[in-house]
Design a protein around this ligand. Structure first.
Ligand SMILES: [Zn+2]
Length: 255
């Protein structure tokens, strides 16, 4: 089972903000938290729904102006991400390995243990799926990890926390992959929307941020396929390690 797909109640046709851009579509309510793309936290569902109403009302005013706070990128400006691990977390050893791996890669941003004066920080908590916010939210924010999370799943979520989105949602992805819309489980189409985020480096099929061929697919089908010109067809969805391009992307973001 894919650890980065949180199940829950589908909530359709809402507006929400992700990485400073306004989107319209569906999300999943997973234990009171709104989630898109399987593992990206938007916030408490009740807050997201309230904000959706606000955005709708705001747009109905006919204003073309966007609020400045909606378009800023949510980077960790100190280039340090304070963290703590929930007491008794079963994945403590794996979290520590992921943090050592991340920090030794010298990515211009690092995770360090939270001090009492830190206001903005990440807590690794337990849940029945894995998920994270994109970038810094402000205050405490959670990275949720299931008991089945491997070091690679944890690194994937940590890169979301650094403000990295899914590789298959890059704006140039259609030059590399084909999305088989007919094979997507009904209600999950929003997971394949192209993101407005900037792209860094070449498209990386083997990125730790790429989904696998069968993500959100109807049984026995594929939702994502590399274009036929890629022969042999590259593997997608590995969770063993960050690739060189994954690491360069983070370095670029925090240079
Ligand atoms: Zn993800």
């Amino acid at each position: 089972m894919n650890q980065e797909i949180c199940e829950g109640k589908l909530i359709e046709n809402k507006k929400y903000v992700l990485n400073g851009e306004i989107y319209e579509g569906s999300f999943i309510d997973h234990d009171g938290i709104a989630i898109v793309q399987g593992d990206i936290k938007l916030g408490k569902t009740k807050d997201v729904l309230q904000f959706s109403e606000f955005l709708t009302a705001y747009e109905e005013l006919g204003s073309q102006q966007k609020n400045a706070c909606l378009i800023k990128k949510n980077l960790w400006d100190t280039k340090e991400i304070p963290y703590c691990i929930a007491a008794g977390h079963k994945k403590t050893a794996e979290i520590n390995t992921a943090i050592t791996t991340f920090n030794s890669a010298k990515l211009n941003v690092s995770f360090r243990e939270k001090k009492s004066e830190d206001k903005d920080y990440v807590e690794f908590v337990k849940g029945d799926g894995c998920s994270s916010y994109i970038g810094k939210v402000g205050g405490k924010q959670e990275i949720t990890l299931s008991d089945k999370a491997k070091v690679g799943n944890i690194l994937h979520e940590m890169l979301h926390t650094c403000s990295i989105e899914h590789e298959h949602c890059r704006s140039d992805r259609d030059a590399y992959i084909k999305i088989n819309s007919d094979n997507i489980k009904p209600g999950y189409e929003h997971n394949f929307k192209i993101s407005s985020g900037e792209t860094y480096g070449k498209y990386d099929f083997e990125s730790i941020m790429h989904y696998r061929a069968t993500s959100f697919a109807k049984t026995g089908t594929k939702t994502i396929e590399p274009l036929p010109k890629y022969d042999p067809q590259p593997n997608m969805g590995q969770r063993n390690a960050m690739t060189a391009t994954d690491m360069d992307g983070v370095r670029e973001l925090y240079k």
